[in-house]
Design a protein around this ligand. Structure first.
Ligand code: GDP
Length: 297
């Protein structure tokens, strides 16, 4: 479906005269192709433009290396710039969950993969980090979602807070905190209710829960295939409640991963994990190299 960017660029450079350095015109021509590739990968237009401008500055005048073609060289420059943009100071897989019991808030829209990701992450914390984890569903609007978390918990061997009908989300959060403290848990994860779209009631509810628990991490779970919508959702959640990181789900599908670049460039928030399927093991630490490779095709 997508033409490989390296091949495309080779074509561009074949038509250009060979010189000792990448000239401004060569680079411009090549970056037009890169821009198309970024847009095809669903990177937002302003982010693509800004990125291209920075790469252009860096690439112009670079000596052409003998061992690679100019096309390969530009791809390498673009690849490195993508990795640099996607890489922050933080270690994506290392969550701030010292001082037990550490509260973690899981937020996002309905259907984004929040409940699945909560369980996947709990399993990871248990198995890789040896943490004792308690999960609680705050989705009082969808009893099925509460049940779903309990079923997943049983499946992965992670405790869930018993469901008590009629409690408000803040009350459930308080109960989770209490049980986590008394039960000697290292982490308690709060799977908040999602809506089909952002609304004030939802935001207020999440803000209230955050106020009573002071979460150490607030992870936004978004469908990576929704591209720019995912970025807008992240901006809204960050403005209203403050998020500490992002999990991009459905990265096992065909999408080219451009949402990751826009997400990082626009929100400045680290992408911590990617969801790669429905199974409980299908969660990986975010790797900038992999996404860069995927965006370039
Ligand atoms: P929630 O409403 O945000 O809690 O969403 P769910 O966790 O219930 O997930 C909705 C659907 O997406 C379920 O069928 C999940 O199995 C599926 N899902 C979640 N994460 C992924 C992922 O990374 N890849 C794929 N292919 N499916 C996922």
């Amino acid at each position: 479906m997508f033409e490989n960017l390296s091949e495309r660029l080779s074509g561009v450079f074949d038509r250009l005269t060979k010189q000792g350095a990448l000239s401004e015109d060569d680079v411009k021509t090549a970056l037009r192709e890169v821009r198309v590739a970024l847009l095809e990968a669903d990177v937002s237009l302003p982010v693509a433009r800004d990125f291209i401008a920075r790469v252009q500055e860096k690439a112009t005048g670079q000596a052409v290396t003998k061992s690679v073609t100019p096309g390969q060289q530009v791809v390498k420059i673009v690849h490195d710039a993508l990795v640099a943009t996607l890489t922050g100071d933080e270690d994506p897989g290392k969550l701030k969950i010292d001082n037990p019991p550490a509260p973690m808030l899981m937020v996002g829209l309905q259907g984004g993969g929040k409940t699945t990701t909560t369980a996947k992450l709990a399993k990871r914390l248990k198995e890789r980090d040896g943490k004792r984890v308690l999960m609680a569903s705050l989705d009082i609007y969808r009893p099925a979602a509460m049940e779903q978390l309990a079923v997943l918990g049983a499946q992965i061997g992670v405790d869930t807070l018993p469901i008590v009908a009629g409690q408000k989300p803040v009350d459930i959060a308080r109960r989770a905190k209490q049980q986590a403290t008394m039960g000697g848990y290292d982490v308690y994860m709060l799977d908040t209710a999602g809506r089909l779209q952002i609304d004030e009631v939802l935001m207020q509810e999440v803000a209230d829960v955050a106020a009573v628990t002071s979460p150490r991490e607030t992870l936004l779970v978004v469908d990576g295939l929704t591209g720019q919508v995912a970025v807008e959702v992240a901006q809204e959640f960050d403005a209203k409640i403050g998020i500490s990181g992002v999990v991009l789900t459905r990265m096992d599908s065909d999408g080219r991963g451009g949402a990751a670049l826009s997400m990082r460039a626009v929100t400045g928030k680290p992408i911590r994990f990617v969801g790669l399927g429905e199974k409980m093991d299908a969660l990986e630490t975010f790797e900038p190299e992999r996404i860069a490779g995927r965006i370039l095709g």
